[in-house]
Ligand binder design. Structure first.
Ligand SMILES: Cc1cc2nc3c(=O)[nH]c(=O)nc-3n(C[C@H](O)[C@H](O)[C@H](O)COP(=O)(O)OP(=O)(O)OC[C@H]3O[C@@H](n4cnc5c(N)ncnc54)[C@H](O)[C@@H]3O)c2cc1C
Length: 499
């Protein structure tokens, strides 16, 4: 017997809404109908321009070609994040994508590197990252057998428009209008329809709340509750402004700490995205705005826009027949740019475990547990940057250094301190190399490491480490500049259009 087609209603057309609609129609169009409701009058949050490498897998999943995407969203390539002033004023470290050095089955690379450092020839951890060296040299592209781990910087509004084109082309229906009320079944409490200001009713079986911070369905209607993490991540405000580009875009995001938070700099092909994130208990809005404007390299393109947020997540991201995605489901902090990734993972899990039955309680429970694990892992990684600071120049940083941290993070830090062990469990986003780069960058030095590398004769270890570094230097020299690679993509796209 055929199951009737499920009616999926996506509320909201920001990055989250259009990502969900695109993936759902691309993968399940024979089984479901997808309708997306959005309101131009309300608009989108307009930020969210730095991504992580999982975006490429997701694009493959939904059939998006890299060149089309790069052209449509004025994207640049991102090889990692440069952190300035996080551990101490004036210091600098890099969190690269891709793997660092070469691990063995017995011991991860950091143990070999630490042994090399002990012997005086290890250099910096980042010397063994192709991505970091390419980023510092402003290069990007294929180089022999060396493939790069990379993501993109993108124009958020252009990305939502691009996805909309793909989704509508694949059969998603878009309805313009403001959702005025949400109808629920009197007995079960399930959502039955969205009622628009025009009076139109959009009925559905599964509702996806992508209405941003307001969480119109998941919170305002279903009263799901929010788990507040602001005691661990107290920044609560940001100003965002775009500025004119003044030079070639660098292939990495800059995260520059200031006295009461940090600033981002995200270079696109046609402009630069800038923002300042801060704790409003320590810095006034006026001071934050001025600090941001004074830091710009080029003239601002419009007035800075103020955004307020609270770090945390919904107690259940999936409640009754409603799954929340994007800002409606919560927000950790823009540092490490994980929010769009969390949308992509959740949409992928939804597609892989779509609720076709009349009772989906077990699916929702399982989904919630899995999401919680993922979110808490991301939260811990971000808290690490604040908690392990050695800055004591402002009250904000002194408070961060002294604040309690989640037990799960404390255990990780202790493991690294004691034995240089970092790990990635199933469903964890951040790899061993990422944890090591940030732990070391924040000045967490292990007391001991695995003794296998100490068994190697020192000249052999030194030669192996030198080889790794030499290969990277050679590979970077053979790469085109980032600007040249972007120009090449523009040419390729133009040629295809002419043909
Ligand atoms: C300061 C800051 C910096 C960030 N930086 C990054 C980053 O670098 N990388 C990253 O991955 N993420 C980042 N994020 C998060 C990222 O911006 C979001 O995850 C992403 O944009 C998705 O937003 P959204 O679609 O959930 O919400 P929104 O963009 O707010 O979209 C909400 C949608 O709902 C619609 N809507 C709302 N109410 C109604 C209604 N009543 N009727 C009809 N429609 C309605 C709106 O019109 C809109 O279409 C950042 C967030 C902030 C706050």
């Amino acid at each position: 017997m055929n199951t009737p087609r499920k009616r999926v209603v996506v509320a909201g057309g920001g990055t989250a809404g259009w990502l969900a609609a695109t993936a759902l129609v691309r993968q399940l169009s024979g089984l479901i109908d997808v309708t997306l409701v959005e309101s131009e009058e309300i608009g989108t949050v307009g930020v969210g321009e730095s991504t992580i490498p999982t975006i490429r897998t997701f694009h493959e999943f939904i059939g998006v070609q890299e060149n089309d995407f790069v052209r449509a969203t004025h994207a640049t390539f991102k090889l990692g994040i440069g952190f300035e002033n996080w551990d101490r004023l004036g210091d600098h470290y890099f969190h690269p994508f891709g793997s660092v050095g070469r691990s063995t089955f017995v011991a991860d690379f950091q143990h070999f590197w630490l042994e090399g450092r002990k012997a005086g020839f290890g250099g910096d951890y980042g010397d063994y990252s192709l991505e970091q060296q390419a980023a510092m040299a402003g290069r990007f592209g294929a180089s022999g057998d060396n493939s790069l781990g990379y993501a993109y910087h993108l124009d958020a509004s252009a990305y939502a428009r691009f996805l909309r084109g793909v989704a509508e082309g694949a059969g998603a229906r878009r309805v313009e209008g403001r959702i005025a009320s949400v109808e629920q079944d009197g007995e079960s409490g399930d959502i039955t329809a969205l009622v628009l200001a025009s009076g139109e009713r959009i009925e559905g079986d599964l509702f996806i709340d992508c209405t941003g911070f307001r969480g119109l369905l998941i919170e305002q209607t279903l009263k799901t509750g929010f788990e507040d993490w602001s005691h661990w991540l107290p920044t609560d405000s940001a100003f965002a402004v775009q500025s004119e580009a003044t030079g070639d875009p660098v292939p990495y995001t800059r995260a520059i700490a200031h006295g009461e938070g940090w600033r981002w700099r995200i270079p696109l092909q046609h402009r630069v995205g800038n923002g300042i994130v801060y704790d409003s208990n320590f810095l006034s809005d006026g001071e934050a705005r001025d600090r941001l404007l004074q830091s710009l390299d080029g003239p601002p393109l419009f007035e800075p826009r103020l955004l307020r947020f609270t770090a945390g997540m919904r107690k259940r991201v999936w409640n009754r027949n409603c799954l929340s995605l994007g800002l409606a489901s919560g927000f950790v902090e823009p540092l490490e740019s994980t929010s769009i990734h969390l949308v992509m993972v959740a949409v992928t899990w939804l597609i892989q475990n779509f609720p076709f039955g009349p009772d989906n309680t077990a699916v929702a429970d399982w989904f919630n547990a899995r999401s919680r694990h993922e979110w808490e892992h991301v939260r811990d990684f971000i808290v690490l940057h604040y908690a392990m600071t050695h800055r004591d120049d402002t009250a904000f940083w002194r408070e961060r250094a002294a604040a309690a941290i989640p037990d799960s993070l404390a255990a990780r830090i202790q493991l690294f301190r004691e034995a240089a062990i970092a790990y990635q469990s199933q469903d964890d986003l951040f790899r061993v190399d990422s944890w090591v780069a940030v732990l070391i960058g924040q000045g967490v030095w292990p007391e001991r490491h695995h003794q296998l590398p100490a068994m190697l004769p020192k000249p052999q270890l030194q030669a192996a480490l030198n080889d790794l570094r030499r290969n990277i230097v050679g590979a970077v020299e053979r790469m085109p500049s980032h600007a040249a690679r972007l120009a090449q993509i523009a040419d390729e796209t133009r040629e295809r259009e002419v043909l």
